[in-house]
Design a protein around this ligand. Structure first.
Ligand code: 3H9
Length: 687
């Protein structure tokens, strides 16, 4: 049965799409739409058409799962579908709810009129898939919404709400009440209008850019940092430039060429892979299908420091009350003060109203009374990273938490099973590893202990979605997925300094690769002193030497770099001196280090660690590792994460590179058997 059905209401033909979950424009939908328009044209009794969708949303775009398969090219393709809609001899009204995204918005733009409910969102997120709107969107959108808005929407992929879309002329009418009923009424109003307004024929909104073609370069310049490394934003800009510079028919040809070029590139494959990877991450293998989550009405947080405060904010923002416990009044006051300040900063940027700030803070119950946690359904410990301290906290929690409450630790390295063993209810214990700043970073590692109950895991995953995090399940191992992979990178980066590289060189290679910062910039930002033994007389490595002279990173204006009062880094002569001292002390011969060696020793070794994690069963799938690195550490999404990247590099090349460096990697380095096996068998991690 076709997902597109038609029925008549007086002289209006109602075309309904029913293609759950998001009415993606797969082949059958495209075919159905064309047939419906032909039916409208052929039937004299039909005076107007309404296109509407059932379920949660209007068309959310082309069907991404068809990409790379013959179905994507099966006729009619989307550009033909939209042209056919626009060519309909009767007015066509798009009735929009949910999300009119990508191809969905292109369908709406091809309709002669657009009406929408106020909660609807309109956008062209193709850029996030490494693409551009390839069904006339880059040509019609600037004609309807103006060039500046089209640039912003297409190159960033961010949608606009229906009200904003209405103000921009992208929506003709906002509908309060029943969408179908009002859309039909609207169709009646416009049924005799001729000539029909066609987006492709409009050009009044192109005039501004025609007179001032400099707006494209201005836009490029203003967004250069955000777009660094990505191909698709620039291609989107070029396609819209073509809309302004060329007649419509030539503009769409340019759009098509640019679309095909992007589609055949690695970045689009990486970004599309990531779209599905992110969604797959929430699925836990091996759990009974009917596992029900536990009810979480109030969350407890132990510790009002940076982490505890950030964690609490996630729940408060989602409308979940939080009890936050500290040991001393001043620490509690400081913590809640920081939370309020953070909320106010968000409000100052216009992203929250003063009322919402009040609501969120109103859900917070700060207290010094540990026993107050007994009313919580989930309690997250965010205290000092020390096993004895954590065990003590969990022992106390065991005595006061209500039966069935979930007891979670925010530890970044420690053994959850050992922590769980300090309670009489290890089945209720789980790791919830938030990334700093916890109210901002999207990643949550859910650490599954040996005895963690299925419903605890399901609750954690569901709650993550509620607080808008992407959760990935990790097993119990030192550093879980993300931090564990950081270890070989950091170890090799330090060795490279001894052998002749500079912090600037290592960081430059990482930044050029697409990381937001390199290992030494990251150490300076996080604090070189993290995990330091705090004994200035004990100097065993370069880091100890830096810590001993107070070079703790940005917070001290000195770390691997020197910092000026504006926190701008410059190479440090002192650091170079320390490196040379160690070089002499350890008898290491200085040599020229190539950028490629840095990649092999810091990134190939990370891939190897990822393979060891998979081998040990500490991650469910390779794509989960990629999600961790993209959302937790800023790995460039256009490279698809370390495991996808390894696949595109070719696993034999990775193994070869590691073997070439093996002697330098140190005695602790272990080559993953899984990696070697896959390389030899011509297999991949991610496909
Ligand atoms: C395009 O349009 C190209 C054209 O310009 C040119 C062509 C020539 N296709 O996200 P959710 C699945 S490119 C196939 O969890 P939510 C998704 O995998 C497209 N499947 O729900 C998931 O499956 P599962 C431009 C899709 O409520 C399920 O639907 N459009 C597609 O949190 C639910 O998704 C976009 O990039 C799709 N297009 O969010 C929009 N979309 O249950 C992409 C979703 O098996 N989609 N699925 O895991 C979205 O942004 C969100 O899905 C949306 C709903 C906001 C719509």
């Amino acid at each position: 049965m076709s997902p597109i059905s038609t029925h008549r209401h007086d002289d209006v033909l109602i075309v309904t799409s029913n293609n759950p979950p998001v009415n993606a424009l797969g082949h059958a939908v495209r075919e159905g739409l064309v047939k419906a328009i032909e039916e409208a044209d052929a039937d004299e009794a039909v005076k107007a058409v309404v296109i509407i969708a059932q379920g949660q949303t209007f068309f959310a775009g082309a069907d991404i799962s068809e990409f790379g398969t013959p179905k994507a090219f099966a006729q009619p393709m989307l550009p033909q579908v939209v042209d056919r809609i626009e060519a309909c001899t009767k007015p066509v009204v798009a009735a929009i709810h949910g999300t009119a995204f990508g191809g969905g918005l292109e369908v709406a733009l091809a309709c002669h009129y657009r009406v929408a409910v106020p909660s609807a969102k309109l956008g062209v997120p193709e850029v996030k898939l490494g693409l551009l709107p390839g069904a006339g969107g880059t040509q019609r959108l600037p004609r309807v919404a103006g060039v500046r808005r089209a640039l912003e929407m297409a190159a960033t992929g961010n949608p606009v709400g229906a009200k904003e879309a209405y103000a921009a002329g992208l929506v003709d009418k906002l509908i309060e009440g029943d969408l179908l009923q009002h859309a039909v009424a609207y169709a009646h109003e416009v049924k005799d209008t001729r000539p029909l307004p066609k987006s492709s024929e409009r050009d009044e909104k192109l005039r501004e850019a025609r007179e001032n073609p400099g707006i494209f370069d201005e836009f490029r310049k203003a967004n250069a940092k955000k777009f660094r490394g990505f191909d698709a934003p620039e291609f989107n800009v070029r396609a819209i430039e073509a809309a302004v510079a060329k007649p419509y028919s030539e503009g769409v040809t340019t759009e098509r060429q640019l679309f095909m070029e992007l589609m055949s590139g690695t970045q689009a494959k990486a970004q599309q892979y990531f779209f599905f990877a992110e969604r797959k991450a929430s699925k836990i293998e091996g759990l009974p299908e009917d596992t029900k989550p536990r009810d979480i009405r109030r969350v407890g947080v132990i510790g009002a420091g940076t982490m505890g405060g950030g964690i609490s904010m996630n729940f408060l923002s989602a409308g979940i009350p939080v009890t936050i416990v500290e040991m001393a009044q001043d620490a509690l006051d400081r913590g809640t003060g920081v939370m309020l300040k953070n909320y106010q900063a968000t409000a100052a940027k216009g992203k929250m109203t003063a009322e919402q700030v009040g609501q969120a803070m109103g859900l917070l119950k700060p207290t010094l009374d540990f026993d107050a946690l007994s009313e919580c359904d989930l309690i997250i410990e965010a205290v000092f990273e020390n096993m004895d301290v954590k065990k003590e906290v969990f022992g106390r929690l065991d005595k006061i938490a209500k039966p069935g409450a979930i007891l979670a630790s925010n530890t970044s390295y420690l053994n959850i099973d050992e922590i769980a063993a300090s309670t009489s209810r290890p089945q209720d214990v789980v790791g919830l590893h938030f990334f700093s700043p916890a109210n901002v970073m999207k990643l949550l590692e859910v650490v599954r202990g040996a005895k963690t109950a299925p419903d605890v895991l399901v609750t954690a995953m569901q709650l993550a979605k509620k607080i808008r995090k992407v959760a990935v399940v990790a097993g119990v191992c030192y550093g879980f997925i993300g931090n564990r992979m950081l270890i070989p990178r950091q170890t090799q980066a330090m060795r490279l300094l001894l052998e002749g590289a500079t912090p600037e060189q290592v960081d430059r290679v990482h930044v050029e690769f697409g990381m937001p910062m390199g290992p030494f910039q990251m150490a300076d930002l996080a604090g070189v002193d993290i995990g330091w033994h705090r004994d200035p007389s004990r100097i065993e490595n370069i880091r100890d030497a830096l810590c001993a002279i107070d070079r703790w990173g940005q917070k001290k204006s000195a770390g691997f770099y020197d910092y000026d009062e504006k926190r701008r880094p410059s190479p440090s002569a002192k650091v170079q001196e320390i490196i040379e001292e160690f070089r002499t002390r350890e008898g290491v011969q200085e040599r020229e280090i190539s950028d490629q060696e840095i990649i092999e020793r810091t990134l190939y070794t990370m891939v190897n660690e990822g393979a060891l994690i998979l081998e040990g069963g500490f991650a469910q799938r390779a794509s989960d590792i990629d999600v961790v690195w993209i959302y937790g550490y800023g790995w460039p999404v256009y490279r698809g994460g370390p495991m996808f990247w390894a696949d595109t590099e070719g696993l034999p090349k990775i193994v070869e590179g590691i073997r070439r460096q093996q002697e330098r990697l140190g005695v602790d380095f272990k080559l993953s058997e899984l990696l070697v096996r896959k390389a030899e068998a011509g297999e991949k991690f991610t496909r």
